[in-house]
Design a protein around this ligand. Structure first.
Ligand code: ASP
Length: 421
């Protein structure tokens, strides 16, 4: 079995879905598990719908649902010009169920409501893509990922129950290959033991591909994207990007830890555990090699990679009683930061101060200052950027730090990080 994942951009309109069909036609007779995301930006729209439901804003709710429906209907009109197709009825029923939610009680657990509603994007998408492939004579079976992936009750960030999921995949999914060559399912979602839908976190469809590949012992996973593979920098910020031909699982985890956003960070680990290679390929050039993420680390050092994070703020905490920064006050500082859900991008300490770098937009500065003001003097420096270079040399460092003030730097054997102004 091969596992393919098609993200939102690869199913964003009728042409994109036709292109998915043409990619699948390159694999005749292969057993494929195909994971699809919600179409285009539907997940964002569904998030707005959840907010409209929570605030009981009927006009807004109706407007947003209408928009989402016409977006899908336009795609269907292009794919299935004859209205008698059963898919119209399926999609209409899903929208009816969504509309009826306005009358239902919105429970206190917003994350629960979120998962029941936002998961609809993948359900719509998978139904439409599956109907189209069947219409094009592919041998396809639609599978409900909510019956395969078991999670705990952490809504919006479901933690996978690997044992149960493996059992479900073995018992419910793999035997279906006797009926069809392609099993088509939804990314991003699972279910609790009571059968409520959970989601796996934004951009979680890659992770679904990793979970199904692990549990079904796939040969490989391919993530089809609008880039030729993993690049050594984000082309938005870097003109001269190079494609990485191959990197190790470990390197991919390192890159995603530092902020490279090509693959959902949780995806690699299950694949590494079973040594299942992951390919990142272009859906615009499906025969090209893309990037292979696999066990060997012999290619990792060949090309330096650059990861940029902008809008950073550096906070420094100095105890007012001039005590040293040691385990005791570090644990107080970490306790307060974790209570505020602060995500630390880099940290450093000296005898008397402890510094963290974090995303400016995600942190409420006044709240943070108030939390520390009794015992710490807090200084901050805004509008900074963080550059991480994997497999650096002097030239790469010169390039990224040129004409910039270096506020802080850290180097290990393979990684150099600079906080720049
Ligand atoms: N549709 C979900 C999202 O946009 C999951 C995914 O596409 O990976 O976050």
């Amino acid at each position: 079995m091969l596992v393919f994942k098609f993200g939102g951009a690869s199913v964003k309109d009728a042409d994109a879905i036709r292109n998915v069909a043409s990619i699948l036609s390159l694999y005749p007779g292969k057993k494929l598990t195909v994971v699809v995301s919600a179409m285009g930006k539907s997940t964002n729209k569904l998030e707005e719908i959840v907010d409209a439901l929570e605030s009981k804003n009927h006009k807004l709710f109706v407007g947003l649902v209408d928009e989402l429906e016409s977006f899908h209907m336009d795609i269907m009109a292009a794919l299935f010009p004859e209205k008698h197709f059963k898919i119209y009825q399926t999609i209409e029923e899903l929208f009816e169920a969504l509309r009826s939610r306005f009358e239902a009680v919105f429970s206190e657990n917003k994350s629960f409501e979120y998962d029941q509603i936002v998961s609809l994007g993948e359900v719509l998408s998978s139904q439409i893509v599956s109907a189209y492939l069947i219409d094009q004579d592919f041998s396809v079976k639609w599978m409900d990922a909510r019956k395969l992936i078991r999670t705990d009750h952490t809504y919006q960030e479901g933690k996978v129950d690997w044992k149960k999921t493996e059992q479900l995949v073995q018992e419910r999914m793999l035997p279906e290959f006797n009926e069809a060559d392609i099993l088509l399912t939804q990314g991003f979602m699972g279910h609790t033991s009571e059968g409520f839908t959970t989601t796996l976190g934004r951009e979680g469809s890659d992770y679904t591909a990793g979970i199904l590949a692990y549990c079904g012992q796939a040969e490989s996973v391919t993530i089809w994207k609008d880039v030729p593979g993993m690049l050594n920098a984000d082309p938005k910020y870097f003109s001269n990007t190079k494609k990485l031909e191959a990197i190790s699982f470990k390197e991919a985890i390192e890159l995603s830890y530092y902020g490279a956003s090509v693959i959902h960070p949780k995806t690699i680990q299950p694949l590494q555990n079973r040594n299942i290679p992951l390919f990142v390929k272009s859906f615009l050039d499906p025969k090209a090699a893309g990037t292979a993420i696999q066990a060997s680390s012999s290619y990792d050092h060949l090309i330096p990679s650059y990861i940029f994070k902008f809008d950073q703020v550096l906070y420094s905490f100095t105890p007012k009683d001039f005590s040293f920064i040691v385990e005791e006050n570090l644990s107080v500082i970490f306790g307060k930061l974790s209570a505020m859900n602060v995500k630390i991008n880099l940290m450093q300490n000296s005898a008397l101060s402890f510094s963290i770098l974090t995303d400016q937009k995600k942190l409420k500065k006044d709240e943070l200052l108030a939390l520390f003001q009794d015992d710490y003097e807090v200084k901050y420096n805004e509008n900074l950027s963080l550059v991480t270079i994997r497999h650096y040399d002097n030239l790469t460092i010169e390039q990224v730090t040129k004409d910039k003030e270096i506020i802080l730097q850290q180097r290990t054997r393979h990684t150099a990080r600079f906080v720049l102004k």
